[in-house]
Ligand binder design. Structure first.
Ligand SMILES: Nc1ncnc2c1ncn2[C@@H]1O[C@H](COP(=O)(O)OP(=O)(O)OP(=O)(O)O)[C@@H](O)[C@H]1O
Ligand SMILES: [Mg+2]
Length: 452
């Protein structure tokens, strides 16, 4: 059969042409043209019977436990059958390791689990499996041709299938190279159809680009039911799994793992690990932040160093830089902490990232502690959102945060006014940032660089 003519379409405006352009003639966007799969001969479709929601068999939607509690939590309570999940992460962060142990547990529970490996040979996977253990019943297929993978899935119909990775699959119908935008989109689209039609819960492993987004077209993220990001420094033992999109659960859930010789081990109590500061240490504060349904204590470190730069630096690791700039501005304007001629560095312990405004107060405490050379009072945690007026706003679910503090043996918390506590912990309610600093910091120099 003669190959159908290749067609290129712009992902921005839909312009379509028979050849590739670097710049779209339709909308002038650069690099937006991708190869399209040739349209299949259109068969005349017949009308389908309809179903009322009440008649839908809900048994089908019972979740499959992955056997990795932290992964289940991030997925919203387990894998939904026939769903498509995308797992992204930096090279070497442990995607294959995590998914192989999940497949092992799924197969041990009596379900069929298939690993399609395009990146590693079966022998390499076997080596990893031997290290992890408990993966004897996992089936494996070393294949990169999309059509063969889809046909195998249709015939075998495993309960769960992992594709490692989506970038290695290629369709013979398309002329572009494996891993290109067109190929990845085509592969995801076809796997989606197979997953829904044959009830295979499919997990796609995706590579990430330099700036951390899942490589390939944005459309991939729209296509799948759930996008998980596996983060963490390859040189640190701790990894964090979070959902950036989830059709079946919260996107704020967080799973913490530790990489060991036996694979990734879940860390059920991250507060114990990340929420400890040394008593009397300058520039360190404990934040009680909420990640999804889970409160976590995190150590926030700050360094304030005098600078001669006309534009002092504000460097944030694990905190949104815009949020840091705002906190620094409110500190200098409303709380008398002059930072105009100082560099400010903020770091969250353990390589974690905070997106929650409830961490504002602890960040401000750490910076003020560093600037005033006064330690945060011993055994004190803080949470609360800082407003631009210097007033503190109540943080969501304060009771659960306080419970977590009590669990870790923290005696007192600095929190916005109106925070009620039913537990034993002493709460210093503060209406403004200035009051909160007074409650949270040991007496130090009030403003060592007043001249600044
Ligand atoms: N024996 C071992 N002991 C401890 N850690 C190990 C051991 N072997 C491998 N690792 C860890 O496993 C990581 C590799 O994991 P894995 O292959 O699952 O990553 P990946 O995300 O799939 O990477 P890629 O994107 O290259 O496929 C290594 O970075 C290393 O930290
Ligand atoms: Mg891998």
């Amino acid at each position: 059969m003669a190959k159908a003519a290749v067609n290129y379409a712009c992902t921005e405006c839909g312009y379509s042409a028979g050849r590739w352009f670097g710049k779209c003639p339709g909308c002038d966007a650069f690099g937006s043209l991708v190869e399209e799969a040739p349209a299949a001969a259109t068969a005349t479709a017949s009308a389908r019977p309809l179903l009322r929601l009440v008649d839908v068999n809900a048994e089908e939607a019972k979740r499959i436990s992955t056997g990795v509690p932290e992964l289940d939590r991030v997925l919203g309570g387990g894998l939904v059958p026939a769903s498509l999940v995308l797992v992204g992460g930096e090279p070497g962060v442990g995607k294959s390791t995590l998914l192989l142990s999940a497949l092992g547990a799924i197969s041990a529970a009596g379900r069929r689990a298939l690993l399609v490996t395009g990146e590693e040979s079966t022998a390499q996977v076997k080596l990893r499996a031997a290290r992890l253990g408990g993966t004897e019943a996992v089936e494996i297929l070393a294949e990169t041709e999309l059509e063969a993978v889809c046909a195998t899935l249709e015939r075998e119909r495993p309960d769960v299938c992992v594709i490692d990775s989506i970038q290695t699959l290629y369709s013979a119908d398309m002329s572009s190279a494996p891993g290109s935008v067109g190929q990845v989109r085509e592969a995801a689209g076809r796997l989606l159809r197979v997953a829904k039609e044959f009830g295979v819960a499919t997990i796609l492993v995706g590579h990430v680009t330099k700036d951390g987004a899942v490589a390939g077209p944005r459309v991939l993220e729209h296509l799948v039911d759930c996008v998980l990001q596996f983060e963490g420094d390859r040189y640190h033992a701790h990894r964090v799994l979070r959902a950036t999109k989830n059709r079946f659960g919260s996107t704020n859930e967080l799973g913490v793992f530790e990489m060991t010789g036996e694979g990734l081990v879940g860390v059920p109590d991250p507060s114990e690990l990340f929420g400890k500061t040394l008593p009397g240490e300058i520039g360190a504060a404990v934040a009680c932040v909420l990640e999804g349904t889970r409160p976590i204590l995190l150590e926030i470190q700050a360094l304030v160093a005098p600078t001669d730069l006309a534009m002092p630096r504000r460097v944030a690791t694990g905190v949104d830089p815009k949020r840091l700039a705002m906190i620094v501005a409110v500190l200098s304007r409303h709380a008398g902490v002059a930072l105009g001629s100082a560099d400010v560095f903020v770091n969250v312990a353990g390589g974690l990232r905070i997106d929650e405004p409830g961490a504002d107060l602890a960040i401000a405490l750490a910076i003020a502690s560093a600037a005033r050379n006064a330690a945060v009072r011993e055994g004190v945690a803080a949470f609360g959102e800082i407003g631009l007026t210097g007033r503190l706003r109540p943080a969501a679910q304060s009771e659960r945060r306080l419970e977590e503090c009590t669990k870790l043996g923290i005696a007192a918390a600095v929190a916005p006014a109106g925070t009620r506590s039913r537990s034993k912990i002493r709460v210093s309610e503060s209406g403004t940032l200035r009051e909160a600093l007074r409650a949270g910091l040991e007496a130090g120099e009030e403003n060592p660089r007043k001249s600044a």
